[in-house]
Design a binder for this molecule. Structure first.
Ligand code: ZN
Length: 239
């Protein structure tokens, strides 16, 4: 994989964008019904890069089923000193409703949205997969990725299928330091330690389970200082 190192790691912050209440029949409900939804802000020299945008507004089905609480994205960024016009990129780890909901806050701007082509195909082919009005950026802002792609100095998207066929993570590199935003590559950080893909996070389909374990091993093989996750605290590998 080619990449241009930065001098130092850009500041990467966790954004506590949403909380949702899982329905009783959700595959992860046994692990706790009230779930945090994190996004991430990378303060890159080229501009701000967001990874995931939480739950959006205006979908009554999702509001009734998941009873989300939300922090409004533009206001949260303003509190952090970031103007929405300074957001050059949004990387959606995948396009489930709780990872792309506030994408529309950046529609009609200069922001580029990165998602795996497989993920976009699923949204376009299955109207029950997500809220497409949140997930799909205008065509002129949308970049469909096939596998891995470096999108800025030291910032590389990595295909990490398992939770969904088009799930992706973000590698942030500077000199010899690396951090990873693994998003929903696992449901809980313990899965990174044990290398067991939870059925709470991955359908019990052999190909997806195998892909999920492969993705876990891939991220660990990068020897990151930390792996940030969507629905639980970050994983810090033991030395
Ligand atoms: Zn998901």
């Amino acid at each position: 994989m080619s990449s241009v190192p930065l001098d130092q790691l850009p500041r990467t912050r966790r954004l506590d964008l949403s909380r949702i209440e899982l329905p009783a029949d959700h595959p992860a409900a046994d692990l706790g019904r009230s779930v945090a939804v994190h996004g991430f802000l990378i303060e890159h020299p080229d501009g701000a890069i967001l990874v995931d945008t939480g739950v959006g507004y205006g979908n009554t089905f999702i509001d009734e089923l998941f009873r989300p609480s939300r922090i409004e994205l533009a206001g949260l960024l303003a509190q952090l000193g970031i103007d929405v016009d300074a957001v050059v990129a949004v990387v959606n780890s995948h396009l489930h409703f709780d990872h792309c909901g506030q994408n529309p806050a950046l529609f009609g701007r200069a922001t580029t949205f990165y998602a795996q082509a497989a993920e976009i195909d699923t949204v376009e082919g299955d109207r029950f997969y997500t809220d497409a009005s949140w997930a799909l950026a205008p065509h002129d802002q949308r970049r469909a990725i096939h596998g891995d792609e470096q999108i800025a100095d030291g910032i590389t998207i990595l295909a990490t299928p398992g939770h969904t066929a088009g799930h992706q993570s973000v590698l942030i590199e500077a000199a010899d330091r690396r951090i990873v935003i693994g998003a929903q590559v696992v449901w809980r950080s313990e899965e990174l330690e044990t290398e067991v893909a939870s059925r709470a996070n991955v359908d019990p389909v052999p190909e997806l389970q195998a892909a999920a374990v492969e993705s876990i091993r891939r991220l660990k093989s990068l020897d990151p200082e930390v792996v940030h996750l969507s629905h639980c605290p970050a994983y810090v590998p033991s030395q």
